[in-house]
Design a protein around this ligand. Sequence first.
Ligand code: CA
Length: 447
Amino acid sequence: MTNTSNDSMLDETHDPLLQSWVEGANDRVTDFPIQNLPFGVFRTAAAHTPRVGIAIGDHILDCAAAVRVGLFDALPDAGRDALGATSLNPLMALGRDGARAVRHLVSRLLRTSGDEAGRAQPLRAQILVPMSDATMLLPAQIGDYTDFYASVHHATNIGVMLRPDQPLMPNYKWIPIGYHGRASSVVLSGTAVRRPAGQLRPDPAVDPIVAPTRSLDYELELGAFVCGENAMGQPVPLERAESRLFGICLLNDWSARDMQGWEYQPLGPFLAKSFATSVSPWVVTLDALAPYRCESYVRPEGDPAPLPYLSNAHDAAQGAIDIRLEVWLQSAAMRASGTPAVQLCGADFRTMYWTFAQMLTHHASNGCNLRPGDLLGSGTVSGPGATERGSMMELTLRGKTPVTLLSGETRAFLMDGDVVEFRGWCGRDGAVRIGFGECRGEVISAE
Ligand code: CA
C-alpha cells in the first residue's frame, strides 16, 4: 500500500497539529477530532425539529443555531439554507464543493487559534449541544439504495460454499456487481431489528415452509451517500465520480440466509435483505478521508484490467481508502452478566476489488440518474484471513463451524437478543485518527 501520493488532496483542515477549543475533540481516541467534522442530523428534547449537526469531540455543532448567530454569513445563501434544513439532502445537492466550503469554515471556527476561533467560542452555549442530549436521526432522505458486492474475498468465500467448482462468476472481475436494494427500510443505528419471517426450504425434498428465519446474519459494509445529480441519460465519467461522493457511513446489510438461498435465483436478493439495513448516524466526508486515500487493490497477474470507463491513473493510485472495520457481538446473556462484547472480525476496506468511484461510474454508465441522498452499499468487507470475515455465513461456514462467545454460548447465526455493533476508524503516522462512530442493532424476536 502506498499512502504517499495523496498530497494534492490535503489542505489546512487536515493539519495534524490543529486543536479545537471544544474539550474532548483533542482526546487521542475520539472519533471526532477537528480533522474529521462529519455531518449528521439530530434533535433534542428541547427542540424537536430535526437539524443538521457536525460532530466535534463529544459535542455537536448545531448548524441552524450557527446560521442564526451569523457564524455562517461567509457562506453563499444556498449553503446557509442547506445548513438550516432538516436533512442533509439540500447540502448533498450542492455537491462536494458545498460541503467542502462548510468544512473549511467550521474548521476555522472550532480551532484554538485564528480570528474565527475568537468569533465562535464566546457563543458556545448557543451553538454546541452535548451528544448525550441529542437523538440522532437518519442523515438523509434516501431516495434509492443500491448494494454492491465489491470484496473479491467475500465473493470468493461465499462462492466456494455455493459453487465449489466456480466460486467467482465470469462477470465478477469485469463488472462491479450490484442489485437495487430497498430504501424504505434503511434505519438508523440503534433501531431494533425484528427477525423476519419468510419462505424457507430447509429440506429440498419437501415443500417450502413459512417461518422466522433460522439463519439471520449481518454484513459488514460501508455506505456512500451520493451528492449532486446527473440528468437521466448522462453517465458519470470516472474522473468526475469522486465529485459525486459526499461521504461514508457504516452499514449493516442484515440478511436472512435461508430465505436468500431459496429466493435468490434467478433475480438476486429480495426479501432476504429488504427487511432492514442499518446505517451509522455520522457521514464522514470524502474530504475528511483524504489523508487515508491509498492505492486501489492490485489485481493479481492473470486478472483482466478494468475496462477503460472504469480505469484511470487517479483511481489506481488513490482510489481506495484505508479504513479499519470491526464487528462486535454481545448476547443478551453477556449483557446480563456484564460480559463485554466480543470482536468477531477485523477487516480492511482498502482490500476491496472495486472502488466507490468505480461503483458509481458503473451505476450511471447506462444513463441512470443518481440523486443527492442516494445510498451505495459497498458489499460485505472481508479480507483473505480467517479473522477478516465480514459476515457470519463466512465466519461459521454457513453455520457448520459455530463460534464460541466469551459466555460459553455458541453462534452459528444470530439469536434474539444479540447486539451487533460495527466500528470503523482510520489511523496512520502523520495524520490524526478519525472514526465513524458506531452502527449497532439488537435482534428482537419475530413475534
Ligand atoms: Ca450486502
